[in-house]
Design a protein around this ligand. Sequence first.
Ligand code: LLP
Length: 415
Amino acid sequence: MDYFHYKGDEAYCEEVPLRSIYESYGSPTYVYSLATLKRHCERLFDAFSSYRTMLCFAVKANSSIAYLKEVFSSGYGADVVSVGELERSLKAGIDPKKIVFSGVGKRAEEMTRAMKLGIYSFNVESAFELDLLAEISSSLNCSVNICLRVNPDIDAKTNPKITTGLDATKFGMRLAQIEPLLPIIRDHKQLNLVGVACHIGSQMIDMEPLKNAASFMVRMAGDLVQSGFPIKLINMGGGLGIKYRDEVPPSLDEYANVLLNAIRPTGLQLVIEPGRVVAGNTGVLLSSVIGVKSTESKNFIILDGSMTEFMRPAFYNSYHDIEPVKSDLSGNGTEIFDFVGPVCESSDVLGLDRSLHRPQAGDLFYIRGCGAYGASMASNYNSRVRPCEVMVDGSTIDVIKEREALEDLWRLERF
Ligand code: LLP
């Protein structure tokens, strides 16, 4: 459920016509709906309200500071994977005690900064990370909470590029790799092993793998408790899928039940790191047509938005609805078009084989489902400036990130 809708034949975000955003701020522009974001934050909270659960937003999904402010003010903590995400979260007003630090290769200076802030926990993903954490915590004389990130070798049944819980992926550690670390942890007085963590993949629709992963984690936590470690939490990562096209994801309650049925009997705290389910449908990418052209086999609509603003279709072959801002572009007499951007790559696609009336230069479209892994994955490839981002709240529009200027492209260069 979101607040992007039509009034008559004009597309709106809440009370604001998308056309007026284009007129004030140009395109391509990310448009977020605050009402949608608040609703998603609340609904997910509610689904877990019957049990001690800490919800840490996966900052990688949308890391714009004004956006994060809204998420954190709804009571969420943060799952960060770099010092950049950590500092952004602090700027957005997070309490460091609500930060979990994941990531497969944390650098010493990142660990040091997080440790000095007293974050909630580090998800340790390898033996070398444990060594480094031990060394830094000793030299700072600072005790630190750690969770061991496990790779349970469970197939999340999602796109291979966002599968993270298989033995062939770089994430976490297998049990055999963890066992020899336990004596080291036990002997190190600054390292507190407080939990176990996993994240088996993203955009999961089938809950069976998550259920299996939860059972695995419960067994592992139980074994650690038996061995005398004061385990107090199980972190199940993020990963709940959303509907982009014809997926039928579980309801939030069904998702919560899968996790809570497994975790509740342990009495341990549950931590989750949701990203997409919170942010995905809170945003669209508004884009205008530069021109339309045809080859013998294809018709192309060339938008001013591209893979540099929104990488998902190019990178994951992902499907996103693309809607006209003025809806009378669809109807009888349609043709089949590919929506593409101006970037010099054949992979620069935004939508393939879409049926619509032939548009004209200047017509506006908006791409749905861009609130997660949209702006946060934007790049400057082809020396394109990164887009403007606006947050709509009822009938007001706040620019939360200005469009980059050309000068920003070479601001750090020396020549
Ligand atoms: N926790 C960890 C440790 C993660 O690696 C991720 C996502 C999450 C939580 C949040 O997962 P979510 O709830 O959003 O599924 N760029 C890709 C998605 C990459 C996800 C990476 N890790 C995409 O656009 O589909």
